[in-house]
Ligand binder design. Sequence first.
Ligand SMILES: Cc1ncc(COP(=O)(O)O)c(C=O)c1O
Length: 494
Amino acid sequence: MPTDPALPQGRAAHDVLGELRALRAKDAPTRGGRTFAYVYDPGLDGLDELAAEAYAAYASVNGLDMTVFPSVARLENDLVAAAVSLLGTPGAQGSFTSGGTESILLAVKTARDHARAVRGVTAPRLVLPSTAHAAFHKAAAYLGLETVVVPVDARTFRADAAATAAAVTEQTALVVASAPSYAHGVVDPVPEIAAAAAERGVLCHVDACIGGWLLPYLRRAGRQVPDFDLSVPGVTSLSVDLHKYGYSDKGASVVLYRDAGLRRHQYFAHAGWPGYPVVNPTVQGSKPAGLLAQAWAVQRHIGEDGYTALAERIAVSMDRLLTGLRAMDGVRVLGDPEASLVAFTPTGADGAPDASRMLHLADEMRERGWYLQPQLSFDGLPPNLHLTLTPATQGRVDALLGDLRTSLDAARAREPVTADPGLVRLAADLDPDALGSDEIAAVLAFAGLDGKDDGGGAVGLPRRMAPVLALLDALPRRLKERLLIEFVGSVFRV
Ligand SMILES: Cc1ncc(COP(=O)(O)O)c(C=O)c1O
């Protein structure tokens, strides 16, 4: 029986590229300072072209085997050496990875294997503040560690060093601190947490994925920055993403360890099969050397003074934005953000966070061409809007504040969005794992996540997300997670 071909007939290069460009035009802009999450725009002319050329020069090289492609080792050594000199301590070693999540996965694997080998730990645990990035929970789930989540201070949003120390036991493989946390942009008390871990012979990882390439340059630009890196006694590993404030394209991070002995637990070798002897320092086997090359080229092009100047631009924007937000009626900035991330929440007449207004505000801002990231309530911490500032924010702050004021008024004028209390009651009794596909489809449809596009975008999301997010915010966590998985499964429908 004839079957359909897997692919249509080949087309001319310009035709294929034209289609790609048309698809891309429907996405949020990654340049221009209006998208306040996911992307890092240094606002430097020619940098994108440099990164693309560097990638192209290495696009066909396989980073798997540095004995065949020795320049790969040279590029990685240069990048890791730069990270060691910025954030390390003499003798520190590391690896180039594909991103923050991979760096964190590797740091957790290293700690697990170290705890097993050196301390005889049999049921390894990961102690982390409630604000630690979700990637640590993913690592624990992948690698079979139990998580011990410690609530943060509800006023400063910083990790509670005493409570974290109290959570450490004989089975703890790793303790985590963030510099800064993604959600609120505050730096955890790293010296206290690392000292408490060291006292028990336990490793301590600093997640500087987002702040690691920015905080030292903010310090160089004259700003106060708390101690957070590998030079702090007791810190044994650290992650720093080059695809954030290093301004590389996506797929670039570094994980560092205090010494070679520790890094050895990260490596994997296998000589027990008939193929080539395998040694993989990181998760991937074959890996794109193009990402290494573009990160290397971008870093060398920007240089020390360049990064310092970019940090200064962020600091100036941050000051201006915080001053504007703090002067605005009906808005509260959460904590005392120390780097480039701001979380704020609209408040009601009683001064309490107003989730409904926050969700409307996000939609209103999107209508005006800005993407601010909604963060839902968690364990007593208020729901809020999150902004990641970049050098491209400079020059946009006044326009942003102006649109925020208009959008706040528009959000106030809208009917409050609340989740249907009947559905929330019903949901509380559902077992998310026992739900069949029909029931899941019904809940998704009710939540507005059934793929029916009202004109907002190609993945079937409604244009106004407030009702969807209000419902998600009210659902129990496990059900929320099941719905998210089913929704994304419906987007990647093949
Ligand atoms: C503090 C922190 N850790 C980890 C990550 C995960 O990084 P990635 O998205 O590169 O996997 C992020 C991403 O924003 C982050 O901000």
